[in-house]
Design a protein. Structure first.
Length: 189
């Protein structure tokens, strides 16, 4: 089942508890596989537009814990996986796995973007890239009532690897040589 927005996969992923009071603080975490240099940027906002943390992960990869604020802990154990494909729906571009254990004060984020050895995650859904946030959303309330919303943007039209550029330039050069030779032969005939 293909979908560009998969908000229901992880509804209550952080453990929305019954009878939990209104969230004390709201945190928005956005992970973006950026287009310009293909690094992964993580921005955290508190109570609206207030940026409180910005982390840049080089080399197309995150494998790190995200610590909850204000001593909060997770209410429920969860493991959510996402596979992002290019617009052709076939070429795997990014994988994301977000997991946590009830009682821990962090959740683990593994975000892989275009490494040569990447394969699809077995329990991940199919997400077609749009380059927009909210393609995959995890949200819920933690032990102290804080509300977390995690959004992922997997960019389309990523910059090709250097080896790909070299092959494209070589191919274009060969096409140009063939065209020039044909033009020269046509003039002499």
């Amino acid at each position: 089942m293909k979908a560009s927005v998969v908000g229901t996969i992880a509804a209550l992923a952080l453990g929305l508890g019954v009878g939990v009071a209104q969230a004390a603080d709201n945190y928005l975490i956005q992970l973006d596989d950026t287009l310009s240099n293909d690094t992964i940027v993580g921005n955290t906002y508190k109570n609206g537009p207030n940026l409180i943390q910005s982390v840049v992960f080089p080399n197309d990869m995150i494998n790190a814990p995200y610590v909850l604020w204000s001593g909060a802990t997770l209410i429920a154990t969860f493991d959510n996986q996402f596979n992002f494909y290019e617009t052709d729906g076939v070429t795997l571009s990014d994988t994301v796995e977000i997991s946590g254990t009830a009682g821990d004060n962090f959740f683990q984020v593994v975000f892989l973007s275009d490494p040569n050895t990447m394969g699809p995650l077995p329990n991940g859904g199919v997400n077609i890239e749009t380059g927009m946030f909210q393609q995959a959303v995890l949200s819920g309330i933690v032990s102290n009532g804080d509300f977390y919303d995690l959004q992922i943007a997997s960019d389309i039209n990523e910059v090709p690897e250097p080896a790909t550029w070299a092959m494209m330039l070589l191919g274009a050069g060969l096409v140009g040589l063939v065209a020039r030779r044909r033009a020269a032969l046509a003039l002499t005939a």
